[in-house]
Design a protein around this ligand. Sequence first.
Ligand code: NDP
Length: 254
Amino acid sequence: MADNLFDLSGKVALITGGNGGIGLGIATGLANAGAAVIIAARDAEKNQRAVESLKRIGARAAALAVDVQDEASIKTMVGQAAQTFGSIGILVNNAGISVAKAPEKYSLEEWQRVININLTGVFLCSREVHPHLRAAGGGKIINIGSMTSIFGHPRVASYSSSKGAVVQLSKSLALAWAKDNIQVNAILPGWINTDLTAGIKQLPDYYSSITARIPQNRWGEPGDLAGTAVFLASRASDYVTGIALPVDGGYSCM
Ligand code: NDP
């Protein structure tokens, strides 16, 4: 039988914020490639609905509660994740939020909440999962950046700061853990229709001005991230580490 470099059978993927949007799009892609998936987020009902949708496509799936702002919560969740299907081979750091306002209007709490979830959460989840990947002889970490990893934005200063830093964190972890056969990469999604961007749909002029700026002339859907995630989670990317790969319909070329 042909050797399928993208086959994830026997692998266990842990996806933070996997209960909707891009996280669920990626979880579905990894499950379709054969992985067992564990999603970890705060909203228990949303977690349950996501697990049911993953089971409907025949996946081995489970959900765990976590708040990635809370170190103790992450430690507990990763410990439980390692028990759920017996190992962890893939970590997708996807959980993220944004607070949109002019920088001079940010409170310290708003600034720190975004940095804590989008950046410190990525570090803490990676640190906690690292021994499990090393014990398995290697593994994959995929961090979710953004177009604001590249560009600035006048209304999301904390978000863009966190997403720029996620790329530098990915490179640093890639260097530190290359010796452990762990590849660490970032995906930079373009404009994707999810709850996070739903507010923009209420502003039709702004929404269509963004569409017009996208060379492929459409917003992305969560499923558009699945192929790149499967690549970065699979043996196909075993010699790829420390990169930040846009999945943006060409937005970042312009
Ligand atoms: P959603 O709002 O649909 O998803 C965000 C996810 O993060 C939810 O599953 C949410 O679950 C989880 N989450 C939020 N805060 C926490 C927390 N403290 N602890 C644990 N989980 C948390 O948005 P998207 O799918 O759009 O966003 C997913 C990622 O993609 C984010 O990192 C975002 O920055 C990034 N991104 C999105 C783009 C877009 O256009 N949509 C573009 C570029 C990047 P729960 O509330 O249950 O905890």
